[in-house]
Design a protein around this ligand. Structure first.
Ligand SMILES: Nc1nc2c(ncn2[C@@H]2O[C@H](COP(=O)(O)OP(=O)(O)OP(=O)(O)O)[C@@H](O)[C@H]2O)c(=O)[nH]1
Ligand SMILES: [Mg+2]
Length: 341
C-alpha cells in the first residue's frame, strides 16, 4: 500500500515557501529524530541551493540516542548543513539554537541587520513548539495531530532574529514505500489517510528485528515470535485486544501498538539508520533502472515492427486451423467484390 497525503493547503504552503526563500538568510528544517531521512523533504533540498541550513532533529527524547548521533554525523556531510538534536524536555537546549544562528552569521551579530530564518518541516514534527520555546511564550498554535498550522506566520524574536513558521508539508510522491510507513508510524499522516492494520504490521515487522528486547519488556514476553503476525497475536492476548467471542482483534492491537510507539512508551526507537537508507536507495535505483530498461526494450521491439512468420510457424498455424474447423463445414464462400460505381 502506498500512503500518500497531500491536501491542497500543503500545495499552497510549498509554493509560499518557494516564494519566501530568497528573502530569508537561513533555513531551519525540522526533522523527526526517529525518521531523519523519511522526514526530509526532497523538494526543499532542491530549492535550497547554497542557503545555509540547520537541520533540527526534533523529538529526540523518543529516538534511539546512538542512532540520532549517527544521523547527525551523516547529515552534516551535506554542504552548508549543521544539525541540532532537540526535545521539549530541554527547553534551554532549544534556546541554544539562537546562538547557533548568530554564529552562522557573525557580521549580522554586530547588529547590522536581522537574521531572517524560515522553519519548515513535515506535519506534527514540532515546528510551532520550537518557536514557542524560543519566544518564551505561546505564539504559534500546537497540537498532537498533523496540520495544526495552516498558514505562514512571522515571529520577531526581538533579539535580531525573525522566524517564519510554516504549515507542515509532505510531498506529492513519496518515492520510498518504507518512508510512507515510517511517516505514518510516527504520526505525520492524518489518521484518515492511513490504515492502522497495515501500518501496525509494518511496525511490528521492524520492531521484532530491530528492538526485540524493548518489545519483550513492554509486552512481558519470554521470547519474541519470529513473524509479525505471531507477535501481534501474543501482544493482543497480553493486552486483552479481543473481539466479542474472545477472538483476537488485530485492528485493536495494531492501533494500540502505534499509539504506544508514538507516545514513546515502548521505548526510544528509531525507524531507520543511515546504513538502511543507503541500502534502500540502491534497491530503489536498481528497480528504477530495471523498469527503464524494460520500457526501452518494449520501445525497441515496437519500433522494429512485426516480422514475417517462419515456414514452420505457418504450417503449425494451418494445422491448428484445420483442427478447429467443425467436421463437414465448408470454407466460407468468397464474396464477389462489389462493382465500384
Ligand atoms: N515527545 C515530544 N513531543 C514533542 C516534541 N516537540 C513537540 N512535541 C509534540 O508534538 C506535537 C506537534 O507539535 P507542533 O509544534 O504542533 O508541530 P508542528 O510541526 O508545528 O505541526 P503542524 O503545524 O501540524 O505542521 C505536539 O503534541 C507537541 O507537544 C518533543 O521534543 N518531544
Ligand atoms: Mg505548527
Amino acid at each position: 500500500m502506498a500512503i500518500q497525503w497531500y491536501p491542497g493547503h500543503m500545495h499552497k504552503a510549498q509554493k509560499d515557501i518557494r516564494e519566501l526563500l530568497p528573502q530569508v538568510d537561513l533555513l531551519i528544517e525540522v526533522l523527526d529524530a526517529r525518521i531523519p531521512y523519511s522526514s526530509e523533504n526532497p523538494a526543499i533540498e532542491k530549492i535550497r541551493g547554497d542557503k545555509p541550513c540547520i537541520k533540527i532533529l526534533s523529538k529526540s527524547d523518543l529516538a534511539d540516542p546512538a542512532v540520532t548521533a549517527a544521523w547527525q554525523v551523516h547529515l552534516e556531510q551535506q554542504r552548508g548543513v549543521k544539525t541540532f538534536a532537540t526535545t521539549t524536555d530541554e527547553p534551554q537546549k532549544i534556546k541554544q539554537l539562537l546562538e547557533l544562528c548568530r554564529r552562522m552569521f557573525p557580521a549580522k551579530d554586530a547588529g547590522v541587520k536581522t537574521i531572517n530564518a524560515m522553519i519548515v518541516g513535515i506535519p506534527n514534527v514540532g515546528k510551532s513548539t520550537i518557536i514557542n520555546t524560543l519566544a518564551d511564550r505561546i505564539i504559534a498554535k500546537t497540537g498532537n495531530e498533523p496540520a495544526v498550522t495552516k498558514s505562514q506566520q512571522r515571529i520577531n524574536l526581538g533579539s535580531g532574529i525573525v522566524l517564519f513558521d510554516t504549515p507542515g508539508i509532505l510531498w506529492p510522491k513519496i518515492e520510498n514505500p518504507n518512508s510512507s510507513y515510517r511517516l505514518a508510524v510516527t504520526g505525520a499522516i492524518k489518521s484518515t489517510a492511513m490504515e492502522y492494520d497495515d501500518v501496525g504490521f509494518y511496525a511490528a515487522d521492524y520492531l521484532i528485528k530491530a528492538y526485540p528486547e524493548l518489545l519483550k519488556e513492554r509486552f512481558q514476553l519470554e521470547s519474541i515470535p519470529n513473524t509479525e503476525l505471531a507477535f501481534l497475536e501474543v501482544a493482543a492476548l497480553r493486552r486483552g485486544a479481543l473481539s466479542a467471542g474472545g477472538r483476537i482483534n488485530l485492528h485493536k492491537i495494531c492501533e494500540l501498538l502505534i499509539n504506544e510507539l508514538r507516545a514513546g512508551t515502548v521505548g526510544r526507537i528509531t525507524l531507520e539508520t543511515p546504513e538502511m537508507v543507503v541500502q534502500e536507495k540502491i534497491e530503489i535505483a536498481e528497480a528504477q533502472a530495471k523498469k527503464d530498461a524494460d520500457a526501452a526494450e518494449r520501445k525497441r521491439r515496437f519500433k522494429a515492427g512485426s516480422r514475417n512468420p517462419s515456414e514452420s510457424e505457418l504450417a503449425a498455424q494451418e494445422a491448428n486451423n484445420a483442427k478447429r474447423a467443425p467436421r463437414g463445414s465448408r470454407p466460407p464462400k468468397a464474396t464477389k467484390p462489389r462493382k465500384s460505381k
